[in-house]
Design a protein around this ligand. Sequence first.
Ligand SMILES: Nc1nc2c(ncn2[C@@H]2O[C@H](COP(=O)(O)OP(=O)(O)OP(=O)(O)O)[C@@H](O)[C@H]2O)c(=O)[nH]1
Ligand SMILES: [Mg+2]
Ligand SMILES: [Zn+2]
Length: 275
Amino acid sequence: MNGKIIKIISNLYTVQTEDGIFECHARGKFRNMLLTPLVGDYCEIDTENKYILDIFPRKNELARPMIANVDIALIVVSVKEPDLSLNLLDKMISIITLQKITPMICFTKLDLLNKEEKKQVNRIEAYYKKIGYLTITNQKIGELTKILKNKIVVVTGQTGAGKSTLLNKLDKNLHLKTDEISYALGRGKHTTRHVELFKIKNFYIADTPGFSSIDFKKNTKEEIKSSFLEFVNETCEFKDCMHDKEKNCGVKKAVEEGKILPSRYENYLDFIKKV
Ligand SMILES: Nc1nc2c(ncn2[C@@H]2O[C@H](COP(=O)(O)OP(=O)(O)OP(=O)(O)O)[C@@H](O)[C@H]2O)c(=O)[nH]1
Ligand SMILES: [Mg+2]
Ligand SMILES: [Zn+2]
């Protein structure tokens, strides 16, 4: 029978199939093949002896958290407490894009803003939507549920952004712990926290511990350039233009004309200077 691994605790694999849930062990063959079954893996199981027999090829795999076959990474971004950081948002979008996973942005805590600040956030959201990203706020749970239909979703974002709160809103029965500031310290205490895909309605979703900062790993300047969706449409004099010091750069022109959000361009320059 075929199924999906939804939870792993030490060497016990929880597999969801059409006929319900099976707790399975993996065969030694996976150790020999240097293949570690991951949460999100599609597999074939022996339901009688409760063994995983085979793992099907993955479309992608994420290292943090360890999870395979992710359709959407839902980036949870608070607009206050912690304050909105477009630098962190743009970095997460790029990192996720470069892992061949579709990013989606979910703004939270808009209720903490005054009218003027809210308008500003709406303008920012409209920009990201216009250039082609999926965006939502945590006040639109019905709409979010529709977008996530049949998807495997990983929730990611800064500590305290409201990830667990969002999952609890999506499913009233989850009762995930919220406000655990201790994750920010990350000193071993939570490092063994297991990954689990929760089945909510018709989609699967994994909560993850937040972080205070993240960084590009092994990515080149060119890759980072390619992950800025809206830059690709602009024409520059030089085909390999890095949109930095070059003359006749279409991206810089688009920034000056107000077509590209200045923070997107500044963050891009910041990222390529640091790799
Ligand atoms: N006002 C307001 N508070 C919120 C909102 N969403 C979450 N919070 C609060 O923000 C705090 C942090 O929320 P969590 O859901 O624990 O945040 P998290 O992203 O899971 O944090 P970590 O697990 O530490 O990474 C909690 O006190 C929540 O009640 C929101 O939309 N508005
Ligand atoms: Mg949390
Ligand atoms: Zn250019």
